[in-house]
Design a protein around this ligand. Structure first.
Ligand code: 13P
Length: 250
């Protein structure tokens, strides 16, 4: 049985105080949801310490949205995986399409970031997914294959066993357009197949999340698909009620 995960990527939203309130509401709401659903919240760096205070010892885990590619030193403005892990944070989102697009993250950078995450016992939530023009040109399978081969294939089996993948079609992020459940299942199954080529049956245990305009009305259908193991939620994770409702739809 694969783990079920519902993760909220808050992106660059909320003040630290608002974030603490949101985290408190998620903790409270999560108590009424089946224990098989694992909630994760991913606030901005500035909130991590305070959010950890309200989530520690509850079922809600915390993720960072990024980490530095280097361990430490003269990298102004960067935040290291060690700093994040020292707070008790368990996960880190890496390779989100917004970081690939606006901050030039490449497979080369992401290999270094994954190395830092693992070296500090953070579980990476590695994001992959195609742009609209790539889907329209029928290249979506090739795009996700390269994003996996160039990064995930460099992991050893122990590290691979911990990895979480998030498939986020860029055309569905923040657009209100969702992949249909069939489109999600098709590509999630493809992704698992690519992972199986390298890691064999271990790929059957890999959690593959769907992200892109996932909300309380479409979550149940998406999550009903065999290879969809939960969601990475953007906009709808900023309202505790919606975020919890997404978890309840499992
Ligand atoms: P939305 O749910 O706002 O489309 O964002 C998805 C996402 O990018 C999560 O990482």
């Amino acid at each position: 049985m694969r783990q079920k995960i519902v993760a909220g990527n808050w992106k660059m939203n909320t003040t630290p105080m608002e974030g603490v309130e949101l985290a408190k509401a998620v903790v409270a709401g999560s108590r009424n949801v089946d224990k098989s659903v694992n909630f994760i919240v991913a606030p901005p760096f500035t909130h991590l310490s305070e959010v950890m205070k309200v989530t520690r010892g509850t079922g809600v885990a915390v993720s960072a949205q990024n980490c530095a590619a280097e361990a430490k030193g003269a990298y102004t403005g960067e935040v290291s995986a060690a700093m994040i892990a020292s707070l008790g944070v368990e996960y880190v989102i890496l390779g989100h399409s917004e970081r690939r697009e606006y901050y030039g993250e490449t497979s080369e950078t992401l290999n270094k970031k994954l190395e830092q995450a693992y070296a500090n016992n953070l579980i990476p939530i590695y994001c992959i997914g195609e742009k609209l023009e790539e889907r329209e040109a029928g290249k979506h399978f090739d795009v996700v294959r390269s994003q996996i081969e160039e990064v995930v294939f460099n992991l050893d089996t122990d590290r691979f066993a911990k990895l979480v993948i998030a498939y986020e079609p860029v055309w569905a992020i923040g657009t209100g357009k969702t992949a249909t459940a069939e489109q999600a299942q098709e590509i999630h199954a493809y992704i698992r197949g690519v992972l199986r080529e390298k890691f064999g049956d271990a790929a059957n245990d890999t959690v593959i999340l769907y992200g892109g305009s996932c909300n309380p009305s479409n979550a149940a259908e998406l999550f009903s698909k065999e290879d969809v193991d939960g969601g990475l939620i953007g906009g709808a994770s900023l309202k505790a009620d919606d975020f919890i409702a997404i978890g309840e739809s499992y």
